[in-house]
Design a protein around this ligand. Structure first.
Ligand SMILES: C[S@@+](CC[C@H](N)C(=O)[O-])C[C@H]1O[C@@H](n2cnc3c(N)ncnc32)[C@H](O)[C@@H]1O
Length: 348
């Protein structure tokens, strides 16, 4: 799994607990699926999960882990990855942009990534096999990157892992099927028919397209115009989410909630985000009485490392290292399932 800001990896216990009473096969929407960690936990609980994310790299992850049925594709995947391992390095646009103009990957690995990615297109694979192979490559590249987990910047000195050779691994997929869409949240909310929805939107100005622009390019393979030290895709300037806008997030959130025709809504939000707890509770209260669960959580990696100036010198102290993740539950069974979430011990 790739390193991902806002991944709910460490909060899966309480989040899954809020859906634990639903019958097997119940349709559940994960509207902002990211790494698909939450979708995977729900799929493992026997639910039929529909994962949505508007970024193509996240959609590709959802096709791999949620849409695909492990047992029907594993033999093919293993064969294809074995064959891909024999690919020769092909240094070109990707290597120049992300390994020479910027230093996100060691050039030796960059050229291998580039060769493999070219080969994947030549293989002309059917879905979801293609997505699974792309995820295997993305995860392999993530294991040898030279960042702190965001692609806004790369490390001044190569990370130790950047010197390791790139190695493909078969993604740890799950048995069973689900579905995946790549839509704006409000469209996906309108189109969904099912029983419950989980919403984990961005909570501040930091755009996922910008934070993970190389994954978007690796999947699209479109050699976009790039800008700045981080060589970001030019469309990072225009492809903005309403949830990253202080001015628009409230109405985007409210419209999304209005668009959902489900019995239960569960929302994750951070106590340092653009929306305040009482604003979220007010919007959700149109659907019933709202039960809010507080989960103590470690802050993002930048806060753990501290504040540094451009030459890498530590220049300030971070005020606090932990914050609260809030889980809001509303609708059928909300009181009991929120209680179930509270009683799950988080280890964060
Ligand atoms: C906080 S992350 C979700 C993390 C996810 N729950 C996990 O555990 O990995 C928010 C996600 O919302 C997606 N996103 C942002 N704005 C969106 C929009 N308007 N419509 C759909 N997805 C959006 C981002 O691409 C990002 O993956």
């Amino acid at each position: 799994m790739i390193k991902y800001l806002g991944s709910k990896r460490k909060l899966l216990g309480p989040i899954a607990a809020v859906f634990a009473d639903l019958a097997p096969g119940t349709r559940v929407l994960d509207l902002f699926s990211g790494t698909s960690r939450v979708s995977q936990a729900l799929k493992q609980q026997g639910l039929y999960v529909c994962s949505n994310d508007h970024n193509l790299y996240a959609h590709t992850i959802a096709r791999c882990y949620i849409e695909a049925d492990a047992q029907s594709v594993l033999p093919d995947i293993t064969e294809i990855l074995k064959e891909l391992e024999t690919t020769k390095p092909e240094p070109g646009w990707f290597t120049r942009t992300y390994c020479e103009e910027a230093r996100f990957f060691h050039p030796d690995n960059g050229a291998i990534i580039e060769g493999m990615r070219n080969r994947i297109d030549k293989l002309d694979l059917a879905e979801p096999i293609r997505s699974i192979v792309l995820v295997a490559l993305m995860e392999a590249a993530d294991r040898v990157d030279s960042t702190t987990g965001l692609q806004m910047a790369y490390l001044k000195k190569w990370a130790a892992r950047a010197h390791k050779p790139l190695q493909l691994r078969v993604p740890e997929m799950l048995n069973g099927t689900g579905s995946a869409t790549c839509l704006d949240a409000i469209v996906a909310a309108k189109e969904f028919s099912g029983s419950a929805a989980y919403l984990d939107p961005p909570y501040n100005q930091h755009s996922y397209r910008s934070n993970y622009h190389i994954w978007e390019t690796l999947i699209r393979w479109d050699q976009p115009e790039v800008y700045g030290v981080a060589r970001k895709r030019i469309d990072c300037k225009t492809e903005k989410s309403d949830f990253n806008s202080r001015r628009r997030i409230l109405s985007a959130f409210s419209d999304t909630i209005d668009s959902l025709n489900v019995d239960r809504i569960v929302v994750s939000f951070n106590n340092e985000g653009y929306l305040h707890r009482d604003e979220i509770e007010k919007i959700l209260s149109t659907r019933g009485s709202v039960h809010t669960v507080e989960l103590d959580h470690k802050r993002y990696v930048g806060a753990q490392i501290g504040i540094h100036n451009q030459s890498g010198k530590k220049v300030g102290a971070v005020s606090h290292l932990r914050n609260k993740e809030l889980l809001f539950v509303v609708g059928q069974g909300a009181a009991q399932t929120a209680q179930a979430a509270r009683s799950v011990q988080t280890n964060v």
